[in-house]
Design a binder for this molecule. Structure first.
Ligand SMILES: NC(=O)c1ccc[n+]([C@@H]2O[C@H](COP(=O)([O-])OP(=O)(O)OC[C@H]3O[C@@H](n4cnc5c(N)ncnc54)[C@H](O)[C@@H]3O)[C@@H](O)[C@H]2O)c1
Length: 444
């Protein structure tokens, strides 16, 4: 099929590339000329494992092209995917100005019937409103469909090509059939292709993200309770996870969720509820718990240094909002950096992929380290924020030699507290007692 994808970010570039990989003729559009120029030269503007190789191959073979010209991209396309950002707006709801701008441009240049597919995450009613707006601007017939994307950054190619399910929201069966044919190559293992109304499809995406965010805030709240009562959340996690009604996924305590989706999607649902005069008590609590959890390492670090924070240096491992991405949107690491800088702490930071993005925010206020061990030199403690694989099994002897004091604040519970104590570290995790236990007054 001939396809145009508008918006060449984490979702658009992956969508376009994977659709080209399955034999379609794809043109990816972005309004940022620099991004398109890079892609033309084979430079991938984001970090996503496996994406570069697929882009190169499909671009070389002529199935994947890039342009800044929307009219040129849609001229031949049967299907036009919209994958522009829908960030949080001033009122907490999704800012849909990108969707409306693209809809206007498509309608202005529509010369023959096409199917417009919204892949961006949009509030219920957006498909209907886009169709209404476009119909005011063109007499050419078109369909608007919804096709929410469930990929995870860091595993986007796998998620797109081996989806748990594909959801489409359509008003006509023919449009459902057109999308089913497009997705057929990715559904060969009997994964479901679920057809519903655009309203249900729009809602499905938000409900999925809200439930995942709920699990994270739930386990974080329980972790804090465990820590206060001297229980270990990791034991508790194992104790509940074997229950087949509960399971293990998304129940790891940490420093709160970040990224470009959960925070804004939870708030968009709160806004949707308010718009219809409905309560959104759970989602408000999920958001509140998460904002507080982003400060959990801040409190631990500042409590540890007491009044001396301003003379200390802290190393930070992991800045991206999750491993295997360079995305730092709403990343918990930024909350830690802001608070420690405000307290006068000097910071030596390392991330395998996100350093360049972090540098655009903090400039020379941080020391950027290409290697994890480099960040530890002359640091008084290490804080781990993102659980990149390379942090899971480090050389603790080297770490203890490089750090001025062997102190670790582990926001992801990567290590075994007993082992860390035996190695001579002071080790603070999430939802478990710090080791070694602080001395009581009579022992001092
Ligand atoms: N990132 C994810 O993991 C993920 C997963 C599922 C769904 N989503 C949703 O997908 C959408 C896109 O997310 P993203 O992370 O890819 O965003 P992004 O910010 O990485 O990419 C959006 C791209 O659209 C481009 N753009 C904006 N307006 C444009 C216009 N008028 N014409 C052409 N290009 C334009 C921007 O320049 C940018 O490159 C959002 O609604 C998001 O909620 C994201």
């Amino acid at each position: 099929m001939k396809i145009a994808v508008i918006g060449t970010g984490y979702v658009g570039l992956v969508t376009g590339t994977c659709l080209a990989e399955s034999g379609n003729d794809v043109v990816c559009v972005d309004k940022v000329a620099e991004k398109i120029a890079k892609l033309e030269k084979g430079v991938i503007p984001i970090y996503e494992p496996g994406l570069g190789e697929l882009v190169h191959r499909n671009h070389r073979d002529g199935r994947l092209r890039f342009t800044t010209s929307l009219p040129e991209a849609i001229a031949q396309a049967e299907l036009v995917f919209i994958a522009v950002g829908t960030p949080q707006g001033a009122n907490g709801g999704a800012d849909l100005s990108g969707i409306w701008a693209v809809g206007h441009e498509i309608a202005t240049h529509l010369e023959e019937p096409k199917t417009i597919v919204i892949k961006s995450t949009v509030p219920v009613g957006t498909n209907a409103e886009l169709a209404r707006r476009m119909a005011e601007e063109t007499d050419v017939p078109f369909d608007v469909a919804n096709n929410p994307e469930f990929l995870k950054e860091g595993a986007a190619i796998d998620d797109f090509t081996k989806p748990d399910r594909v959801v489409v929201g359509v008003r006509r069966d023919e449009v459902g059939d057109q999308l089913r044919e497009l997705y057929e190559p990715f559904l060969r293992t009997e994964r479901p292709f679920l057809v519903m109304t655009p309203e249900s499809a729009e809602m499905t995406k938000y409900v999925a993200n809200c439930l995942l965010a709920t699990k994270i805030s739930f386990i974080n709240e329980m972790a804090n309770l465990c820590e206060s009562y001297n229980a270990d959340i990791n034991d508790v996690r194992r104790g509940i996870g074997h229950d087949s009604r509960i399971g293990f996924s998304f129940l790891f305590p940490g420093v709160g969720y970040g990224g470009s989706c959960f925070p804004k999607d939870v708030r968009a649902v709160i806004h949707m509820a308010r718009t219809h005069g409905l309560p959104a008590r759970m989602m408000e609590a999920i958001d509140e718990v998460n904002e507080a959890q982003k400060n959990v390492l801040v409190h631990k670090v500042l409590d540890h240094f007491q009044d001396d924070a301003a003379s200390k240096t802290v190393a930070i491992w992991g800045l991206a909002f999750k491993p295997k991405t360079d995305d730092i949107r709403e990343a918990p690491a930024l909350v830690l950096i802001d608070a420690l800088l405000a307290a006068g702490v000097a910071l030596r930071v390392h991330d395998p992929e996100a350093l360049a993005n972090v540098r655009t925010i903090y400039g020379d206020r941080l020391t950027y380290c290409d290697r994890p061990y480099g960040a530890l030199e002359q640091a008084d403690a290490l804080a781990i924020v993102t659980e990149w694989n390379e942090f899971r099994n480090p050389d603790f002897e080297v770490m203890s030699r490089l750090l001025r004091h062997p102190v670790i604040f582990d926001g992801r519970n990567l290590y075994d507290p007993a082992k860390m104590a035996a190695l001579g570290f002071t080790y603070h995790g999430i939802g478990r007692a710090a080791v070694p236990e602080p001395l009581t007054a009579s022992e001092v």
